[in-house]
Design a protein around this ligand. Structure first.
Ligand SMILES: [Zn+2]
Length: 100
């Protein structure tokens, strides 16, 4: 396989990744993370630059040690957590006595 073919396939794979769903614009500390993915953390009092962090679905957005609840989280790109991905972790099939 030629290098260009590999690059083209890689490009197609990236294009087929899930797009960020149309969701609420921002979340506060202690809210439940709605989707796994990359979030922008904005510290309202400006003690820190904007950060890009990864959060896992159903976990809790943390408060900041410096500004407490004055931090806002905005979804940048949703992504499937690798442990929840069926390609990397296919569901196990139950044993059937009729199948050999
Ligand atoms: Zn902060």
């Amino acid at each position: 396989m030629m290098m260009n073919d590999i690059r083209r396939k890689r490009s197609l794979a990236i294009e087929s990744t899930p797009v960020t769903p149309d969701v609420k614009q921002s979340y506060a500390a202690h809210d439940v993370v709605p989707y796994s993915g990359i979030y922008r953390a904005v510290h309202v009092i400006g003690h820190h630059l904007v950060q890009y962090i990864t959060c896992i679905e159903e976990s809790i957005f943390p408060p900041c040690p410096h500004c407490g609840n004055l931090v806002v989280f905005e979804l940048v790109q949703a992504a499937i957590y690798v442990e929840d991905d069926s390609v990397f972790h296919p569901p196990t099939m139950p044993h059937s006595p009729d199948v050999f």
